[in-house]
Write a protein that binds this ligand. Structure first.
Ligand code: HEM
Length: 526
């Protein structure tokens, strides 16, 4: 059966898990179903779901059937939302009913029996605590507490890019994204990106993502096998992972709280202060790394791809930065209110190729009726809902020339940011990304500094495999097509805009504060 991939298996698995819904499908008949592709008897649309580039498939369905699409995976209801108004109506205004996550038996029973992974878990007490603690940290981020640290990391990024002319630029973006998060979270500053703890964090994230795919274990497909006692392979794999992850985070958190790490005023320390006898809330910290590092890095990679493929906007951006900042210092967060164009670039980066292109699924916890374009549709309890950024951020009606990178679409005639900015890139409602303030700052400061320091151009180096010049591409083929849709590695040249600018970077780096305890002052609850 050619083309029957892991993703098919995954979808079939979800469908099988949801088989129970066949029994209760009478519920679905209580109201009209949104439009969607016709499917096979019993299996529904299972075999139509492609093995790769799910986001593109979802976007195609939204273009064909409208902003609310219904899929039937062997009786299990899945809805796609490709309209921002509807996404807000459903996932924000009715977030009490639409904020759980579909759970996978292998994860629930073996990988995360203690339910510490609140970002992928159901809507329960742990999720509530995780979000509450994060909201406290992010209030401080909004007030600017982490800006000195983020500025320091971005400045180091400029020195790395200058040092090798961008030869390892992909790695430098990975490093800065990880180090900003790990330094704020655990006091783990990573100056090279080769630090063993950083590598272990990345390896654990990769293993966790792999364990969370429905095809990770036979238990997801044949749950009754779990009655077999003893050290079965699925138990061993999950136990090995948990031990490895526990050892890593115990070390990171202990080092952060004891002061062994390079800074003491970390998010881990703030979480530790909230520890209760009934639960070690520091363990909830592990959600930051998985959710934060890759999304930020791939957004920076995407920004560089846009610089290379759509450079028309760069001269204007640089003129505006230069007019405010001048040539004798790098941009800083103090300039942010006066640099709306850089803000527009951040927004356009998140719109043009959103990091989570098909979104992160929500699950409904009660029956509901949703009105869309004058018709009422029934959404049964337990439905999976994807608000699909790849469709929402490319709606022709909202974004003219939607496939072009045009930051000025977010500016008005007076060069100020248009009011009423709405995005799907960070999700919606009680599941919306709680790290937005940190993520936006990370992107803003790196983008502002890169544009101030460098001209970026295509590399003329031949591709090692073919010997031909590198073919730059922004189609689906240039992206991984997986859950976080990352651009594949591509070369770029970072040329300093002048010798003077390169010297200013060196001088600012030599003179800047490097002590994490000063860069990240004691977190105050707000
Ligand atoms: C450009 C960077 C980022 C992007 C594009 C991004 C995007 C997202 C998206 C799409 C979701 C799912 C929303 C939903 O289900 O409706 C999410 C969830 C989450 N993000 Fe982010 N994120 C970014 C950075 C960060 C950072 C820096 C942090 C932490 C410091 C973070 C922490 C989280 C957590 C903990 C969740 C799970 C929330 C929950 O389930 O309640 N993210 N993010």
């Amino acid at each position: 059966m050619e083309g029957f991939s892991l993703q098919h298996l995954a979808v079939a698995t979800i469908a099988l898990l949801g088989g129970v819904y066949i029994v209760r499908s009478h519920a679905a008949s209580r109201g009209r179903r949104p439009p969607g592709p016709p499917g096979l008897p019993l299996l529904g649309n299972v075999l139509q779901v492609p093995g790769q580039h799910l986001a593109t498939y979802f976007r195609g369905l939204c273009e064909e059937y409208g902003g609310l699409v219904s899929l039937n995976l062997a009786g299990f209801p899945v809805f796609l939302i490709g309209d921002i108004r509807l996404a807000k109506d459903v996932l924000e205004k009715r977030s009490a009913k639409f904020s759980s996550r579909p759970s996978i038996p292998y994860v629930r029973h073996h990988v995360d029996p203690a339910k510490v992974y609140w970002g992928v878990g159901e809507q329960d007490e742990t999720h509530f605590i995780g979000r509450k603690l994060t909201a406290g940290l992010m209030a401080a981020v909004r007030a600017g507490e982490t800006e000195p640290l983020q500025q320091f990391e971005a400045l180091l990024n400029m020195t790395h890019l200058l040092h090798d002319g961008g030869k390892n630029w992909f790695h430098h973006m990975d490093r800065v994204s990880a180090s900003m998060v790990l330094a704020a979270a655990f006091g783990l500053h990573c100056p090279t990106g080769e630090e063993p703890d950083l590598k272990e964090v990345i390896a654990c994230i990769a293993e966790f993502v792999s364990l969370c795919t429905p095809s990770a274990s036979i238990i997801n497909v044949l749950p009754f096998l779990d009655i077999i006692p003893g050290p079965m392979p699925w138990r061993k794999r999950a136990q090995t992972y948990r031990k490895r992850e526990d050892a890593l985070y115990d070390r990171l958190i202990t080092d952060a709280v004891s002061g062994k790490a390079s800074g003491m005023n970390t998010w881990a320390a703030a979480f530790a202060r909230e520890d209760k006898p009934e639960g070690d809330q520091r363990r909830l910290m592990n959600q930051f790394t998985g959710a934060a590092i890759e999304t930020t890095a791939l957004s920076l990679h995407t920004f560089i791809l846009a610089c290379i493929l759509y450079p028309q906007w760069i001269p204007r951006a640089q003129r505006e930065i230069d007019a405010i900042v001048g040539q004798d210092r790098l941009p800083s967060f103090k300039d942010r209110p006066r640099l709306p164009y850089v803000e527009a670039i951040v927004r356009e980066t998140l719109r043009w190729r959103p990091a989570a292109r098909f979104g992160v699924p929500h699950q409904s916890t009660a029956d509901d009726v949703v009105e869309y374009k004058g018709t009422e549709y029934f959404i049964p309890k337990g439905s999976i809902i994807f608000a699909v950024p790849w469709a929402i951020e490319h709606e022709w009606g909202r974004f003219e020339n939607h496939d072009m990178f045009q930051p000025e679409r977010f500016l008005d005639d007076t060069n100020n940011l248009k009011s009423g900015y709405e995005t799907s890139a960070f999700g919606f409602g009680r599941r919306a990304c709680p790290g937005i303030p940190f993520a936006e700052r990370s992107l803003w400061i790196n983008i502002a500094m890169i544009l101030w320091t460098f001209n970026i151009r295509k590399s003329e180096e031949p591709e090692p495999k073919t010997g031909l010049s590198f073919k730059y591409d922004d189609s689906d083929l240039a992206f991984s097509g997986e859950f976080s849709n990352a651009p594949f590695k591509f070369p770029a040249v970072f040329e300093p805009r002048s010798v003077h600018r390169a010297e200013v970077v060196g001088q600012e780096w030599a003179e800047c504060e490097k002590d994490l305890n000063v860069l990240l002052p004691q977190h105050k609850e707000r």
